[in-house]
Design a protein around this ligand. Structure first.
Ligand SMILES: [Zn+2]
Length: 468
């Protein structure tokens, strides 16, 4: 396998790349911590410098913020190399330079912002999520430019500074910069592979619809001795509602909930089934004793290819010490639905309102406040860009990648929707890299392979033609 585009480049660059990443990881760009705002800016400037050094001529920081407070957010970094010309495809690479908080800090084996190499692992907050993976993409561009003088595709980088706080200003930024960010394909590097020897790529992200439901059954709490046994109890009603969200087979009872769910294609079902699953380890990682869920579906289907309804909170009545003999008058329960293609948030929301109307007795005051909506996204496994990506991964890892389904809901949906372009995921982090947890790490062998694969992808995307 000596014909990989970046083999030679990588051979003499590893030390420099590791030193660069280490310097970047020393900047504590925690976006959730207002006292670290200056560090997030420093991290953005560091990233901008890396892009310039890679040979990208046009780089700038993009301020973010709300309409009434422009610039109040944390900056993204934008860079573009458009030397391939108008007729060549354009690829936008997305990642983020902000990191998660480090608590609980005493569980770290080395300080989170003092990167340490232990064997093949680079330990530091942000090593795999996501600075290491962003640097992987920057180095691939740098390598191809250094080796060949040009890229076969135009490349744009958008490196966000607020991903770890839920990308509050990303969509505004995308709309504002839509013309400049215009692209034929989006490549995201912020995900994991199943294992170092089981390469895989994510093909989807789930959508999300959630509700904050408040119930009132009486004017105020009532004496349980005087009224109990005859008046409605808000705590009991909320519990009944929560319990009736699923039937005996673990299926969601909201009307029409499964109507638009796209079944897995045979190829995808086969690929998903080929991902090894160790139930005992899975339970141990989650700290649970057993698994639940929709009957007849594997855990990987349940977490990625099937929609779910989760009761995320239920509160009612007296929660203080000992006891208070009341019939609670109010209750609150919150439910979050994860959606899969081709479910639409507004349709699920409507179904849930109908469900509530059918399940809440007349005369009970009920308020269901929607808390945001995100659509699911999916790039089919037979999409031309997916085939190019698979082949790049296969050449580096020596095995065809499996296709996994992402269970979460990230900024990718907004990227794909606003920029109207398909997304593919080249993510090389591993499940035990401790994303968002103490002792976050990056497997350096994955970083090196990732740079090679990102280089293959860049070169091969020259033949990519936009599919409407
Ligand atoms: Zn991330």
């Amino acid at each position: 396998m000596n014909d990989l585009a970046l083999e030679t480049y990588l051979g003499h660059s590893k030390e420099r790349i590791l030193a660069t990443l280490t310097d970047w990881l020393r900047i504590p760009s925690v976006s959730a911590d207002p006292s670290r705002a200056g560090d997030v800016v420093a991290s953005a400037e560091f990233c901008a410098r890396l892009l310039r050094e890679a040979g990208i001529p046009s780089v700038e920081l993009l301020a973010t913020g709300s309409a009434d407070e422009p610039g109040s957010g944390r900056p993204a970094v934008y860079g573009e190399w458009l030397g391939a010309g108008k007729d060549a495809p354009t690829v936008l690479i997305y990642g983020h330079h902000d990191v998660q908080p480090v608590d609980p800090v005493d569980e770290w084996t080395s300080p989170p912002f003092e990167p340490a190499v232990v064997g093949d692992q680079l330990l530091a907050r942000g090593s795999s999520d996501d600075k290491g993976q962003v640097l992987m993409q920057i180095e691939a561009v740098r390598g191809v430019l250094a080796e060949r003088g040009r890229l076969p595709v135009n490349v744009k980088f958008l490196i966000e500074g607020e991903e770890e706080v839920g990308s509050p200003h990303l969509e505004d930024l995308l709309w504002r910069e839509r013309d400049r960010l215009a692209t034929d394909l989006i490549v995201v590097s912020d995900t994991t592979m199943e294992a170092a020897d089981i390469p895989s790529t994510t093909v989807s992200m789930r959508g999300l619809v959630s509700f904050d439901v408040t119930l009132r059954t009486a004017r105020s709490d009532l004496h349980s001795g005087i009224w109990g046994g005859t008046v409605p109890n808000a705590a009991l009603l909320a519990s009944r509602l929560a319990a009736s969200l699923h039937d005996g087979d673990g299926r969601v009872t909201v009307p029409g909930f499964y109507d638009d769910v796209r079944e897995l294609t045979e190829q995808e079902a086969r690929s998903l089934a080929a991902i090894p699953f160790d139930e005992a380890k899975f339970c141990q990682q989650a700290g649970v004793a057993y698994l639940e869920g929709e009957a007849g579906r594997s855990p990987f289907q349940r977490t990625g290819a099937r929609p779910t309804a989760e009761v995320v909170g239920i509160h009612s009545g007296y929660g203080g010490p000992d006891i208070k003999t009341i019939v609670p008058a109010t209750a609150n329960f919150k439910v979050a639905f994860r959606l899969v293609p081709d479910q639409r948030p507004e349709q699920v929301a409507e179904g849930f309102q109908q469900w509530l109307a059918a399940h809440v007795p007349a005369g009970v005051q009920v308020k269901a406040k929607p808390c945001g909506a995100v659509s699911p996204l999916l790039t089919p496994v037979d999409h031309p860009a997916m085939r190019i990506l698979s082949s790049a991964i296969e050449r580096v890892w020596g095995t065809e990648p499996l296709f996994s389904r992402g269970g979460g809901s990230g900024p990718e949906e907004a990227l794909g929707r606003v920029l109207a372009a398909p997304l593919i995921f080249l993510g090389v982090a591993l499940p035990d890299d401790n994303f968002h947890a103490p002792n976050e790490s990056l497997d350096l062998r994955q970083l090196w392979r990732g740079i090679l694969a990102a280089g293959e992808l860049l070169v091969d995307l020259g033949s990519y033609r936009v599919v409407p």
